[in-house]
Design a protein around this ligand. Structure first.
Ligand code: IVH
Length: 664
């Protein structure tokens, strides 16, 4: 008995080592046959000794765990994306900006391959994998731990008890992708367009057997809290990840200057096809992490890194027509209607033509054959027309002069290439504004996507943003509309009601003022504290704020000068929409600072987003799943299974009455 227990432990250690050798080092010391024999022995012994069950045993890599839904995980730090460069000039510009920002003559860079898969965050606590989560919207992702555990190059146990987070790219090798599609073809199943889609589809499976069968892999490239480990350079961070047992990509190089970076890109471009995984570019990062904060971030990307994208796939097709869309700021964009063509794994039938100058510079005519290009997730674009293919059916392009929606005469401001519809009440602009207001990163109103907003607008239920909050008066009519069930309308109305408690920064972003993104909204909220203060700020007041530039100041000023906007804002205030900064300043010394918290059930005094904002303002990390590392569970009415789990793990439970006291 004792002997068998010891053998289980021994086999687990051995098989973990062989897994590591095979999947991370790509250098196995035993044959597949020997490996299978040891695994069979372990499985048999584990069956015999169920009390030795360990979810992290190497035998569990074959999957089996099934989840009923994906829990949401709030990332400890936002998962950003990267700015792109498509040529070497842009890379030199990037280098120049970095040198200016740091006042350094020369910058050490690290260059890495840009793996074409999906970004993943892995969280480790107490030497064990705690969760794996997708990027999601960058702020909140989905927990996919059950599938992550099937990826054999990811260690389930590590040699440090310190908590840390690693990020990287989950991908499917070209070989496994081809195998998978071959099998799917034989079974008459639809084929995946590319390895990235296949990897992403596999990770988003409820049953981990599916992911296990796909043989996914992962390259790690970010050691999120490297500084806690005394690491100061990205190159050291990658070496440390190697030591901890993660798989990193070895095709990386530390470069002394930008010329060496460009040399690396040239070398890799020619080697690209020999790799057994897809890459779509090269990532360039400032190696010294101490410089990262100094160089800074935009809302979506770090300024200390850039992705060089390999030249995109280009395809020739016919431009059938040019149609126009009107954005929420009134900007008119001409778009090409194309004969559908397959580019970079997806069918393209529309491509942006940006503006009048873009079309004229490229001499693009209707009925022309054109070259279109698509790079990664970028919107497809028309590169040029093929004049030699012309056959006299071509029609010369002439920019429209009137808004396609409201017929107002378009304007083109000095120094700008775009035309604008000047009519603030233009239907197209209003619809776009409402769509933006409801969107996830803005007020996050559930059930009010593009299609629904368009319907509600066209049916006359909402013509302006503030009218969203009167929609509840039309509940009876709304539930009768075909296609909208009672439940979805009620969910939407609840979400509208909840959105009243959103933070001021969300509201500011949601108003859709030109150039005012999430980051600027945060700065404004923190600085001006109330929407009322902002409405009376002078251009000088605005310009005086760090990070607020000339254009933004003017846009904000003009926005609040407009009487119809003020009227709309007054209506929002009257309806109870929060216009006050809820604070994110007291991040130290609070009961909640640096604590991880789960909220379960319905609270009677706070909506979900309100309590989340409040807790985060006090420095808490609000997460969605209960684990033994959780500090507090906040308990509302009708809690689910999270309460049971928290009790089982002896987590401190806080009821609403106590919460109110604590928040005071
Ligand atoms: S660093 C702060 N390094 O590319 C941004 N990203 O277009 C952190 N990617 O979302 C990303 N290989 O999914 C980084 N060596 C690499 C990468 C890489 C692939 C992906 C990643 C990211 C996307 C940005």
């Amino acid at each position: 008995m004792e002997k068998e227990i010891n053998r289980i432990k021994e086999l687990r250690t051995l098989l973990n080592r062989y897994n590591y050798e095979y999947y991370v080092l790509d250098n196995s010391s035993i044959s597949d046959y020997e490996f299978d024999m040891l695994m069979n022995e372990l499985i048999a012994l584990e069956d015999k000794h169920p009390n030795m069950y360990d979810p992290d045993s190497p035998s569990r890599r074959v999957g089996g765990e099934v989840v009923s839904k994906f829990n949401k995980i709030t990332h400890k730090r936002d998962m950003l994306s990267l700015a792109n460069a498509f040529d070497f000039n842009s890379i030199r510009d990037f280098d120049q900006k970095i040198r200016k920002a740091t006042s350094l003559e020369e910058i050490e860079y690290i260059v890495e391959l840009k793996i074409d898969g999906l970004a993943m965050s892995l969280d480790y606590i107490d030497g064990k994998l705690n969760y794996g989560a997708t990027r999601g919207n960058g702020i909140e992702g989905e927990e996919v731990t059950h599938n992550i555990k099937t990826i054999r190059s990811i260690p389930l146990k590590v040699k440090t008890k310190e908590p840390f987070e690693v990020r990287g790219e989950v991908f499917l090798s070209k070989k496994n992708f081809e195998k998978l599609n071959k099998l799917r073809k034989e079974n008459n199943e639809s084929l995946f367009a590319n390895p990235r889609n296949a990897a992403s589809g596999s990770i988003r499976q409820l049953d981990s057997k599916v992911a296990a069968s796909r043989n996914l892999d992962m390259f790690c490239y970010t050691f999120v809290n490297a500084s806690d480990f005394g690491i100061t350079k990205q190159s050291e961070a990658l070496d440390r990840l190697d030591e901890l047992g993660f798989k990193t990509n070895k095709e990386r190089r530390v470069c002394r200057d930008i010329d060496e970076v460009i040399k690396f890109i040239e070398e890799q471009s020619s080697k690209r096809d020999n790799l057994d995984y897809e890459i779509d570019g090269i990532v360039i990062k400032v190696n010294d992490m101490a410089l990262h904060d100094k160089i800074g971030y935009t809302a979506k990307t770090p300024k200390w890194s850039i992705a060089y994208k390999f030249p995109a796939s280009v395809v020739k097709t016919k431009l059938i027509d040019i149609i126009y869309t009107v954005g929420r700021t009134g900007k008119i964009t001409p778009n090409a209607v194309l004969e559908p063509a397959l580019v970079a794994g997806s069918i393209v039938s529309r491509a942006t033509l940006h503006n009048e100058d873009f079309i004229k510079e490229r001499d693009i005519m209707i009925n022309d054959n054109v070259i279109i290009r698509k790079a990664g997730d970028v919107i497809p674009e028309v590169v040029k027309s093929v004049a030699t293919d012309r056959d006299n059916t071509q029609i010369k392009f002439k920019m429209i002069e009137y808004c396609p929606k409201c017929d107002s005469k378009l304007i083109r401001r000095d120094g700008e290439a775009a035309h604008y519809c000047p009519n603030n009440d233009c239907d197209a602009r209003q619809v776009e504004k409402i769509i933006h207001y409801c969107s996830k990163l803005a007020m996050d109103i559930e059930g009010m996507g593009e299609k629904v907003v368009e319907d509600l607008y066209n049916l006359g239920f909402i013509k302006r943003i503030d009218e969203i909050y009167s929609l509840y008066r039309h509940r009876d009519e709304l539930v009768k509309l075909s296609g909208y069930g009672e439940k979805s309308i009620d969910n939407m109305l609840t979400s509208i009601e909840d959105s009243k408690n959103n933070s001021l920064e969300r509201l500011l972003f949601a108003l859709g003022i030109g150039e005012i993104g999430q980051k600027t909204s945060r700065v404004l909220a923190k600085e001006f504290k109330t929407l009322a203060n902002l409405t009376i700020a002078s251009i000088e007041d605005l310009k005086a704020v760090k990070d607020i530039g000339e254009v933004s100041s003017l846009n904000i000023y003009n926005y609040f000068k407009d009487e119809s906007n003020i009227k709309m804002i007054n209506n929002l205030i009257e309806q109870g929409v929060n216009t006050v900064y809820l604070g994110r300043e007291s991040e130290t010394d609070s009961f909640f600072s640096n604590k991880s918290v789960v909220v379960t059930g319905t609270l009677s005094n706070y909506s979900r987003s309100e309590i989340k904002d409040k807790l985060e303002g006090l420095g808490a990390n609000v997460v969605s799943s209960v684990s033994k590392n959780l500090d507090y569970l906040i308990l509302g009415e009708n809690p689910g299974s999270k309460l049971d789990k928290a009790k089982e793990l002896n987590i401190r439970i806080i009821e609403e009455i106590e919460l109110i006291e604590l928040l005071k």
